[in-house]
Design a protein around this ligand. Structure first.
Ligand SMILES: NC(=O)c1ccc[n+]([C@@H]2O[C@H](COP(=O)([O-])OP(=O)(O)OC[C@H]3O[C@@H](n4cnc5c(N)ncnc54)[C@H](O)[C@@H]3O)[C@@H](O)[C@H]2O)c1
Length: 470
């Protein structure tokens, strides 16, 4: 199916095959009288909910986290990508409200599900949050409702997990999918911290269980997103999202492996190699090495696919290998820290280690699966007690592992703090750090992001990942 633009859809007539119920929902979307419900008000759900409210749709956000609901109804924002003034405005003008249960949700026409999709201890998919959200929606299902799953998950979740839950409650009411109620999958593409690509200008993929489901889900998404790309089924859309994320995982693993090779060989900097390769105007896309991968998607998604593949007696060896290479990176960083301490007159357990940046990527506050947490955990396992961190975006972190659970709060980055630490480790290259100060005041620096590339520095005191001295 080809991409459909907003203006095309706006001018498009509903297909004649739509049932009366479907046509009524289409009209409600067209004239903005549909009520939108977003289940899960996190990094994905809250921006989406605010976007609908801004576009004139009465929007209800549903989240089990009572604290979050209270804050939102006060107009108090907790998601970096959401404009706090816009949130306040849609709360004040009554277009958005948050609730912590589903009891008052009978009038919702379009439900989005944007709940977490973590892995279990054994790295198997945990779709329990999706199932539980679907059950709450199902208990109140009525004709004319559309459910769109946005959580990243393995192919067949929409039809294999959500659809049976909805059907269990719809069937006794003689409601039929595609005729009376509708279900689709549309993966989220939000890139926290990215100011260039927002909800409106990032194309989305939509795959409905039936043609009517796709048509209505496209219509719903198109109210807030400019370009829609319909596909033939939810499974295609689910697999497409995994391809996007696994593409990143594999390419990051490739460059991480090359970084380690450059370090083994000496004399070649992977950063210079990547920069040179990036001059090729076709057939190449630059990825950079780092201390590991983080966030809610890239560390998790390869395992969703490999779990599914095993059910078909298929081993995703290449994808799993990439995930393993990326997971090894924090161990390499800790090796480098140990060697950096060994060069100084301090024992390993007494060393003062300063972690610069704990968020999983530049300029965001999200620490989920951040490699920094693993690095801190591994350092504590080595008996290192004096570990501190600085991060302009993060107020506290919790670390676990064999060293026990611990909560850490950031310290302010002063000259004295830098001078008093034996090793400063740049794990996240936030724009808010003063790299000139870090370069000047630190005793030894481990740079996993090439953050000092444009800063004059003493090469003898810097160990650069992939720079041949790591
Ligand atoms: N964060 C991203 O950048 C990103 C990007 C693309 C896709 N995704 C995917 O989107 C999904 C959501 O991710 P997120 O980062 O927004 O998660 P999040 O943890 O930031 O937010 C999820 C919210 O859902 C709530 N919740 C959990 N169970 C619930 C239930 N049964 N009913 C109501 N609320 C419930 C939680 O309290 C939380 O507020 C995941 O599948 C993730 O993989 C995330």
């Amino acid at each position: 199916m080809r991409r459909v633009t907003r203006s095309e859809l706006a001018g498009a007539q509903q297909s004649t095959s739509l049932t009366k119920t479907a046509r009524q929902l289409w009209d409600k979307l067209e004239n903005k009288t549909a009520t939108i419900g977003v289940v899960g008000l996190g990094y994905v759900g809250l921006p989406l909910a605010v976007e609908y409210a801004k576009h004139g749709f009465r929007t209800v956000g549903i989240d089990l986290d009572h604290e979050r609901v209270l804050r939102l109804n006060e107009g108090d924002n907790y998601i970096q990508d959401v404009d706090s003034d816009e949130l306040k405005q849609v709360v004040d003008n009554g277009m958005f409200r948050a609730v912590d249960d589903f009891t008052s949700c009978a009038d919702i026409d379009v439900f989005y599900i944007a709940v977490p999709t973590p892995v279990t201890e054994h790295k198997d998919p945990d779709v329990g949050y999706i199932r539980s959200a679907a059950q709450e929606i199902a208990k109140r299902i009525r004709p004319g409702q559309l459910v769109i799953l946005k959580s990243t998950t393995y192919p067949d979740t929409t039809e294999g997990v959500v659809q049976p839950v909805l059907a269990e409650y719809a069937r006794p009411q003689d409601m039929q999918l595609g005729r009376d109620y509708f279900l689709a999958f549309s993966p989220e593409r939000i890139d926290p911290g990215n100011e260039q690509f927002t909800t409106a200008n990032t194309p989305v993929v939509v795959g409905g269980v039936t043609e009517a489901c796709t048509e209505l889900a496209c219509k719903a998404m198109n109210q807030v997103v400019n370009h829609i790309h319909p596909v033939s089924s939810p499974k295609v859309a689910e697999m497409e999202k995994l391809l996007e994320n696994i593409f990143r995982s594999v390419n990051i693993a490739l460059v991480n492996e090359l970084a380690r090779l450059c370090d083994r060989m000496g004399g070649i900097s992977i950063w210079e190699v990547v920069e040179a390769a990036a001059t090729k105007p076709f057939g190449y896309m630059p990825f950079t090495p780092g201390p590991g991968i983080g966030g809610h998607c890239i560390p998790v998604d390869p395992y969703y696919l490999s779990w599914l593949a095993r059910r078909y007696d298929f081993e995703t060896s290449f994808i799993t290998l990439a995930a393993r290479i990326n997971e090894e990176m924090p161990y390499n960083v800790v090796d480098a820290i140990t060697r950096a301490v060994a060069r100084q007159a301090v024992s390993l357990t007494e060393a003062n280690i300063l972690i610069l940046g704990v968020a999983f990527k530049k300029d965001v506050d999200d620490v989920r699966h951040s490699p920094a947490l693993k690095v801190i955990e591994l350092l504590r396992e080595k008996g290192i007690k004096n570990i501190r961190f600085a991060d302009p975006h993060v107020k506290k972190v919790r670390v676990g592992g064999k060293g026990g659970n611990m909560e850490l709060e950031p310290i302010e980055l002063t000259d004295e703090v830098l001078q008093n630490h034996d090793v400063a480790v740049i794990l996240t290259d936030h724009s808010g750090f003063s790299y000139a100060q870090i370069a000047k005041q630190s005793k030894v620096i481990i740079d996993t992001r090439n953050a000092l590339r444009d800063i004059p520095h003493d090469r003898d005191k810097v160990m650069l990942l992939g720079g041949g001295s790591f």
